[in-house]
Structure formats: C-alpha cells, structure tokens
Design a protein around this ligand. Structure first.
Ligand SMILES: C[S@@+](CC[C@H](N)C(=O)[O-])C[C@H]1O[C@@H](n2cnc3c(N)ncnc32)[C@H](O)[C@@H]1O
Ligand code: SF4
Length: 367
C-alpha cells in the first residue's frame, strides 16, 4: 500500500495575525538542532514505500541552502531520491524563496511548489501580518517559471477584514492572469489564540460566501477543475498527496506537531519545537497522542474527509447502516446529492459543509 510522507518545518519569520498552525517566529536558532532531530526520527521509521512527499510548515523556504541540503539527506534515508516520489511539494513564502533555493530544490527533485500569497493588496498583506509584498510574490513566481517549474500552487484567502467583493475579485483576477496550475482559496477562519481572535474580529459570512461562489464560477470558467472544497487545478494538476489524504490513505508525518495515520492508528507528535528536539535527542518517542478509530467513529471520519472531494464518495453498506438517516436528512435539506452510486456535497452543501460533517463526528447520541 502506498504511503504519503509529510515533513513539518515549524519556523516562520513572523507569526501571521490569522495563523493557528504549529509554527513559531524567532526560533530560527533551533533549526540545526531540529534537523538533527528529524534525522533521528526518520531513522526510527519502519520501511515504507512513500509515493508522495510534502514539505510544509511553517515556512520551509526559511531554511538556508546548507540546511536544505541537510533536509535532502534526511529525505534520501527514506526514499531513493526526492525525484522518486510521484509528487514532491515544497511549501514556500514569497520573501524567502530565492533563485538559488529554487534551483537547489529543483535539482534535488522537487516537482511542485506551493506559495502562500493570500492577497495582492499591500494594505491587506500588512493587516494579515505578512512579511512580504505583492512584488516579492511576483518575483518569486517569475523565478519559479524562469527555472522551468511547471506545477505551482498559490494560496489566497477570501473574506479578509475590510475586504470588499471587488477587492477580492481583483486579487483573484491578478492571480488568474498568471495561470498557476493549482489555486487554493480559503475562507478566513478566525481561530482562537490568533491576533485576529484577540482583536475580536468576526467574519462577514454572507460576503465571504459570495466571494467563494464567485471564485468557483470564475475559476471553473477559466478551465480549473474544482475538485475539493478549497482547491482548484488545471486538469491533471490535482494534488496527489492531498487526494491520498482525502481518500483516507496512510501517511507518515515527521517533525513537531506532525500527524501520522498508519495501520488504523492516528498519532500526533508534540507541537512544541524544543520539546520535540529534547524528546527525540533523548531517544524518546515524539508521539504525544495516538488513537485507533473503530466502528462508527472510523466510518464517520472517512465520510467527513472523503466528502471534501467534489466528486463525492461511494458509501459502503456499513456507512449506510451507521449514518443512513443523517445522510437522507442532508439529501432532503439539499446539502447532499445522490448521483448514481455516489453521495456528494451539493452547491449549497459546499458552503455549509461543516453542518454536514458535524453529523459524522462523535459523540453521536447528543445530535
Ligand atoms: C500551512 S498554511 C501556511 C503556508 C505558508 N507558511 C504561508 O504562510 O504561505 C497554508 C495556507 O493555509 C491558509 N490559512 C492559514 N490559516 C488560515 C486561516 N486562519 N483562515 C484561512 N486560511 C488560512 C493560508 O492560505 C496558507 O497559505
Ligand atoms: S501563515 Fe504561514 S508564514 Fe504565517 S505564521 Fe502561519 S505558517 Fe507562518
């Protein structure tokens, strides 16, 4: 069975005001020790055939050339080379993705780059706490193209504080003009623990919905395949690594906060970077949480992850047994559609997916 490999790089130049990912600013002095710990953690993994690789963060492009070379050495202890993966994605932020790093990464075998843009508008970028300008992004994008990179994803966020529909659509049009192979558009989530949450910001949900509806209309009209709630790709450029995850495939996560799913057991590494380094260098496991999902909880999670895909999924008899009434209810209220043997989110369901997913999460009795 094929397995996805994820490597987490938790360092960032500055913490963005909306971000609750396991990433930290001002800890770059720990990167060398972190890489040593990653190497040690990798050496303890059982042998797998890894078919996709995703180096994410945090900001992997913050690593220096020397540190990237160390990272490649770690990867080659797990797989013959970076180019032997069917897809190998490197996540980058515009300000730190230099020509030198692009050439090194390409040479090592990375065949997909994912760049976080979020907005082209300087005021919006400042408000988000981003350290880059729109020009930094354009420079990075052009460098990727000049180096011959043929598979680029760009992330945008919709529903930013003070953002009008027109302003958002301008961001989208500017991005479309560059024709990246893949575009991810996320509706802003105000997460607890972020600066935005502390400022008491709230999202204008109806406006955000209009932005996301327009995104779908425009990207589809421009030849992009809407294949997952937030993801659009030119045909053939859908992310293999992420599809594997939505299809409930196995994956191994290396690094602080990284999650793994192997043999039905889901586990998570300690999120604190120092604690991760400390544990691994002392020969201890980095895992702080693990559980084996079974029965209704397992099937519910499969539905929740699988239904993110716009094509939907074919439900098993067991899944119908567990969730038949809930699924029928969502078909009747127009959030799910049943087509041939598959069940999928309707247009309406795309924007109210959490309402559907809530039915598949334990505890079940209280709903
Ligand atoms: C792993 S994160 C960050 C990747 C990279 N460090 C960056 O900042 O570009 C991937 C993407 O999730 C999105 N994202 C993160 N936090 C979000 C939030 N609170 N609401 C909506 N989108 C978010 C952003 O578009 C971001 O680029
Ligand atoms: S959005 Fe990206 S750059 Fe900003 S803090 Fe989060 S992981 Fe770091």
């Amino acid at each position: 069975m094929s397995t996805g490999l994820y490597i987490h790089i938790p360092f960032c130049k500055r913490k963005c005001n909306y971000c609750d990912f396991a990433s930290f600013a001002g800890q770059e002095f720990l990167i060398d020790d972190y890489l040593t710990a990653l190497k040690k953690e990798a050496a303890l993994l059982p042998v797998h055939f890894y078919h996709t690789l995703y180096v994410g963060g945090g900001t992997p492009s913050l690593l220096s050339v020397r540190q990237l070379e160390q990272l490649f050495l770690i990867i080659t202890t797990l797989s013959p080379s970076v180019s032997s993966f069917a897809e190998s994605t490197f996540e980058a932020n515009p300000e730190s993705l230099t020509k030198e790093k692009i050439s090194l990464l390409q040479h090592a075998g990375f065949n997909r780059f994912s760049v976080g843009l979020q907005s082209f508008d300087e005021d919006e970028l400042r408000r988000l706490g981003r350290v880059h300008t729109a020009d930094d992004f354009l420079r990075a994008f052009e460098s990727l193209r000049c180096s011959g990179v043929k598979n680029i994803n760009v992330d945008l966020i919709a529903g930013l504080p003070g953002q009008t529909l027109n302003k958002f659509l301008r961001n989208l049009e500017k991005l479309l003009a560059l024709r990246p192979e893949h575009i991810s558009v996320y509706g802003l989530q105000i997460e607890e623990g972020t600066a935005f949450f502390a400022q008491g910001l709230v999202c204008d949900q109806p406006l955000m919905r209009t932005m996301l509806e327009e995104t779908r209309v425009r990207l589809v009209a421009n030849g992009y395949h809407h294949y997952e709630i937030s993801n659009f790709a030119q045909p053939g450029y859908e992310s293999k690594h992420n599809i594997h995850y939505w299809q409930y495939g196995e994956y191994v996560g290396l690094g602080s906060a990284a999650a793994s799913f192997l043999g039905g057991i889901r586990s998570q590494n300690v999120p604190d970077v120092r604690e991760y380094i400390h544990r691994v260098s002392a020969g201890k496991s980095a895992v702080v949480f693990s559980e084996q999902l079974t029965g209704k909880a397992l099937e519910g999670e499969k539905l929740m992850v699988g239904l993110r895909q716009l094509d939907g999924i074919e439900l098993t008899a067991t899944q119908w047994d567990f969730f038949g009434p809930e699924i029928e209810k969502h078909i009747q209220n127009g959030l799910l559609l049943q087509e041939n043997k598959k069940v999928k989110l309707s247009e309406e369901g795309l924007f109210l997916a959490n309402e559907v997913f809530y039915s598949f999460v334990a505890p079940f009795d209280e709903k």
